[in-house]
Ligand binder design. Sequence first.
Ligand code: FES
Ligand code: MG
Length: 596
Amino acid sequence: HPNSDYDLDTPIPTSASGLRQGLTSYGDAHFSLFLRKVFIKALGYSEDALSRPIIGIVNTYSSFNPCHANIPQLIEAVKRGVQLNGGLAIDFPTISIHESFSSPTSMFLRNLMSMDTEEMVKAQPCDAVVLIGGCDKTTPAQLMGGISANKPIVHLVTGPMMPGSHKGVRIGACTDCRNNWASFRAGTIDLEDISAINEELAPTAGTCGVMGTASTMACILAALGMMPFKGATAPAVSSARLRIAEETGKLAVQAAATKLKPQQLLTRESFLNAITVLQAIGGSTNAVVHLLAIIGRHPDIAGTITLDTIDEIGRKTPLLVDLKPSGQNYMNDFHNSGGMLALLRRLKPLLHLNAMTVSGRTLGEEIESTPLIPVPQDSPTMCIQPFEKPLYDASSLVVLRGNLAPGSAVMKASASKDRRLLRHKGRAVVFANSADLAMRIDDPNLEVEADSILVLQNIGPVGNPGMPEAGLIPIPRKLAEKGVQDMLRLSDGRMSGTAGGTICLHISPESADPDSVLGIVRTGDIIECDVEQRLLHLELSDEEIQKRIESRKQESGPIGKAAQQNTRGYRGLYMRSVNQAHEGADFDFLTAAGPS
Ligand code: FES
Ligand code: MG
């Protein structure tokens, strides 16, 4: 066996090849295998069962995770697929992360989950592994860990939830969570309505039913060739989802035979395809961070694809999928429109069709050979636009730079609610951190106008571990009540993929970095943002900026990483090791390059 440290072919009469992987030797490899068999037999497996390729199934079920509520049925269906095709399926747990039950933030735990996944996949004797995830941070964590472990893997996502309904209007997590909450804040809907809406926003198991991070990552996994096309969109509660799970089991048995590992399978072209899809679906800004972290794990590709690549691809990629928050529809509409297969067919001129997929066929071969029943363009459920009639011409996600963001900043321009703000100059209203924001944003005496620029500092990877999704700064109540729905907002944090507005995120270096420019912005400063020019500019001279940076260093003492040398536990590890958003907010020691 390729992963075996020893030639174990003769002394022990067994054909259980999978069991030979990564044997701990106790100083005697044959005894180790003998012992391993003693214990696996305690689970009731026969020699016959153990002679099959072993397919691990990662179980991320948790009663705290509604996005993963269907995992028990999915595991059963994957096992059926594995065993009908001659493999032995063995499931094992890794941690489960849900967006709402992961204090301080789910992003804080993503790297932990990726370590858990990598180490458990490496540690246990699997010939191939099915990674079942769904909620935002779980699929990126699994792919990061899977690439680093570099055993054959196939992804299966739990699938999107169905939309609910309120007073005859479809609603769904979580774009409508935010819209309705904003209306409640503005006083246009009452307590009775908002309570009824609360019951309907997440009416079934599964991941958020719009083009948030979970859906975006699912589409990216399909574009990368890590799972079947339909796997990206079939509803969590559909029988199609279970058939996809069964097919995933079959694919994993094939992957065990071909031994196609993610570091071989995934090439630069695979990731360029993923970025094209990201732009064409109006995907989540979080996916940008995740993709950079995933790419950073790949020894041959790390560093060759950057934010500039994402911006460049955006310039030639139209937004074709009409889903909230950039558009109007829900994931089940995308599924009923033909899903990823229909989208990839339209995007063919922009794709690298020779990229490989887990099936052992190229993306082009998969697109050609998968049957598609075409949906008429004028059908009411159709939500994929033709190439000639896009929802947004190009550059759904843009990368901004300038003296305020020398590293970079990211904006989902297609989700802007007031397009005039895409080119805007105004007076900064600065909040030092989330607590300061919470305290002052609704203060009737806050000096703020509709054309002010709201700036939130210290919600970056180190400044507020996990980079919370606080980048969607609420419109000050007094302006919301006057009907203001969008303002230009800037921060070093993230925003939910389900949110919309003219929001500039992931500014680096973050405020907690002693050399950050974002960290020295003051209320009253003038800021200019020009998306067409990809510019984020602070109207201050270089000398004044340097002067403020130096005096901040002197006044504040050590900040950021330097202040974390004695912080204990995972939090300490996180704060000392996390890299910036444009590098994926991964731990430096987990990247392919290792700590710098
Ligand atoms: Fe899990 Fe949105 S909360 S996908
Ligand atoms: Mg989310």
